[in-house]
Design a protein around this ligand. Structure first.
Ligand SMILES: NC(=O)c1ccc[n+]([C@@H]2O[C@H](COP(=O)([O-])OP(=O)(O)OC[C@H]3O[C@@H](n4cnc5c(N)ncnc54)[C@H](OP(=O)(O)O)[C@@H]3O)[C@@H](O)[C@H]2O)c1
Length: 282
């Protein structure tokens, strides 16, 4: 059997844990399960018959990244699927957010993903085959108040991923953006710092932050279903893999509404838009 090697970041909880659990039970998968603390990966022991490597990875640490990639190649020979799942959130109005925290979130959500991908791509190009699964969010397409910097990270992931997809198409490498709405993970709870508004003009948004915090682990989305969908798409539908995959009804509705709204707006301002070119280009 031709086994595929999957590397997944952030497998201690949430989507990463569900995906690792699912992958660990597939016959045709070698799994590189990574976490900042590999002691949190003992849930995989029951499935391990030599096809699972657990490796320490903080995605903000370049040495960890190099170690993961080198170990994956040394042990399993190929890197077929990289899942950039690790990510954190941050709730606070644009004016009141702590910029050091916002920068750190970019380090994890954007630069961590970038550095992992740059480390894996040379092997995928050499193999002339590979899939990069990047966790974006419906928040990579649509913005809510109090999440400006989180959206900044996920819109960045969207833009970067779209370019990678175009650059690697001829190398037979696909990119899949996962755009979930609310799923039952630790994201809205322990993985997202929250700054309640103190400026009167913004106090109206306190409820939104508190509702998200209190709603953690009661969201509509099921991470196990997400894991099954991601595996099925990558494993069985590689040739027709979409670039963008909203997950959850709210994500799908919101993505469709947002694109429809943008389309309507672009058409409304079309005359103004094209009037900006030099006359010879009209
Ligand atoms: N759940 C949702 O509703 C939702 C919706 C849209 C998008 N997402 C995205 O889904 C992805 C996974 O999050 P989740 O929902 O599964 O939340 P989660 O349960 O909080 O999982 C986040 C994972 O990321 C890991 N992580 C955090 N910082 C890291 C770092 N510096 N290096 C390596 N790993 C790190 C965490 O590890 P530790 O245990 O060490 O903290 C944990 O394994 C994120 O990219 C998130 O933005 C989630």
């Amino acid at each position: 059997m031709n086994k595929k090697t999957w590397i997944v970041t952030g497998t201690s909880t949430g989507f990463g844990k569900s995906l690792a659990t699912y992958l660990a039970q597939q016959d045709d998968v070698n799994l590189v399960a990574t976490a900042r603390n590999t002691e949190k990966l003992s849930y995989l022991n029951q499935y391990d018959h030599g096809q699972i490597a657990k490796i320490t990875l903080d995605v903000t640490n370049q040495n960890d990244i190099t170690t993961v990639i080198n170990n994956a190649i040394a042990r399993f020979k190929t890197i077929d699927v990289l899942v950039n799942n690790a990510g954190i959130g941050y709730f606070g109005t644009f004016e009141e957010s702590n910029l050091a925290d916002a920068r750190y979130m970019f380090e994890v959500n954007v630069w961590g993903l970038v550095n992992m991908t740059r480390a894996a791509l040379p092997y995928m190009r050499k193999q002339h085959q590979g899939t990069i699964v990047n966790f974006s969010s419906i928040g990579g397409l649509y913005s809510f108040p109090t999440l400006a910097f989180y959206h900044g990270t996920k819109y960045a992931v969207e833009g970067i991923s779209e370019s990678i997809a175009k650059e690697t198409e001829k190398s037979n490498i696909k990119v899949l953006l996962i755009e979930p709405s609310g799923f039952r993970t630790d994201w809205a709870g322990r993985s997202s710092k929250k700054v309640l508004p103190e400026i009167d003009d913004y106090k109206q948004f306190a409820d939104f932050i508190e509702d998200n915090a209190n709603g953690a682990h009661h969201e509509a989305g099921d991470p196990q279903k997400a894991a099954e969908i991601i595996f099925d798409q990558v494993n069985n539908h590689f040739d027709k893999l979409p670039l963008r995959l909203p997950l959850g009804k709210f994500a799908s509705d919101t993505a469709i509404d947002k694109y429809q709204h943008n389309l309507d707006e672009f058409k409304k301002v079309r005359d103004i838009s094209i009037s900006a070119d030099q006359p010879e280009h009209k």
